[in-house]
Design a protein around this ligand. Structure first.
Ligand code: RIB
Ligand code: CA
Length: 312
């Protein structure tokens, strides 16, 4: 089978790590590079978390350091969700690894421009790097094969405010630039994560029993589990980035979708980071987004189990 070429942009915390394992362990996918971005945690921590995860699965994919913060505001991280180290505070050795470069934005551009029509870009964090890449090289709009973004929400509520999901809220100006750039993208929002990607305690125990990677993927969710128990009131924890990666890997797991123009509210008002899904075409703007409304949960779980099952 012809190998597919991925590039992954990530603010590596606990659900990003599971998504990275899914891509890095898939034999049909050649991950050309990983760029890190500040979001869940600082750029330094996100980079170390990405390097730890890459090392855990024996990957040598280059990890390139990207933006250390949003375009026009200070970073507001999510340590209360994923832990101080972004990986559940379970004592992992998340330091001392060397990235391939400190040119994450250029690495994203180079991967796309050097492989015209081939790169499937998966974004798992704030869109700071992608916005900067679009300003540096608008040619990526036509050169990239597809863009799958974990971000936004097609159905309210959001997770960081009633109106907004974290990735689009953390850097709303970057999200605004991306969605208004002419780039076509696929939105795997917060709504489908809470609907189809919640891992309840019994399932978590089953996934943990798959082996080393299963134990890693479940144990790092310790802080997230408590946050979901007390804040988002989920019966378990959800894995939005892993679901977005599953959609990137296997687009046919999507069971309901529509193409609409999607905009994002920038600035500091109560609607900061809100996703505006123009379902009735009121804006008169051409659709820019494959809005994903429903996913086959069992097929998602199949992909997740396969990625966490230790090699024979
Ligand atoms: O809102 C969920 C998103 O924000 C996920 O990507 C999670 O990792 C955080 O970055
Ligand atoms: Ca993320």
């Amino acid at each position: 089978m012809v190998e597919r070429k991925f590039f992954i942009d990530t603010d590596t915390a606990t659900d990003d790590a599971v998504a990275l394992v899914m891509a890095l362990r898939n034999s049909d996918i050649d991950v050309l590079g990983i760029s890190t971005v500040a979001g869940n945690c600082t750029i330094e921590q996100a980079t170390q978390n990405a390097l730890y995860t890459q090392n855990l699965v024996g990957s040598t994919v280059p990890v390139h350091v990207g933006a250390a913060g949003p375009l026009m505001r200070d970073l507001q991280s999510a340590h209360h969700v994923h832990g101080q180290d972004g990986m559940g505070d379970i004592g992992l050795e998340l330091h001392g690894r060397e990235p391939a470069s400190y040119r994450g934005v250029q690495a994203l551009i180079d991967a796309i421009m050097d492989n015209p029509g081939e790169i499937e870009l998966v974004t798992l964090g704030p869109l700071t790097n992608l916005a900067l890449a679009l300003r540096l090289e608008p040619g990526i709009i036509d050169s990239v094969k597809r863009v799958v973004s974990m971000g936004g929400t097609a159905v309210l509520p959001g997770n960081v405010t009633a109106l907004a999901e974290f990735n689009f809220w953390a850097d709303p100006e970057a999200a605004f630039i991306v969605v208004n750039s002419g780039l076509q993208f696929e939105m795997a929002g917060w709504d489908i994560s809470t609907a189809h990607a919640v891992i309840h305690d019994g399932l978590a125990a089953e996934l943990r029993s798959l082996g080393t990677l299963g134990a890693f993927a479940m144990d790092i969710q310790a802080v997230l589990r408590e946050f979901c128990r007390n804040e988002t009131m989920l019966d378990g924890f959800d894995l939005p980035d892993a679901l977005a990666m599953a959609i990137a890997i296997e687009p046919t797991i999507v069971t309901r979708e529509a193409h609409h123009f999607v905009d994002v509210i920038s600035g500091d008002g109560p609607a900061r980071g809100q996703t505006i899904v123009d379902e009735r075409g009121n804006s008169g703007r051409e659709p820019n987004c494959r809005v994903i409304y429903e996913v086959d949960r069992e097929r998602f779980l199949q992909l997740l189990r396969a990625s966490l099952t230790d090699s024979p």
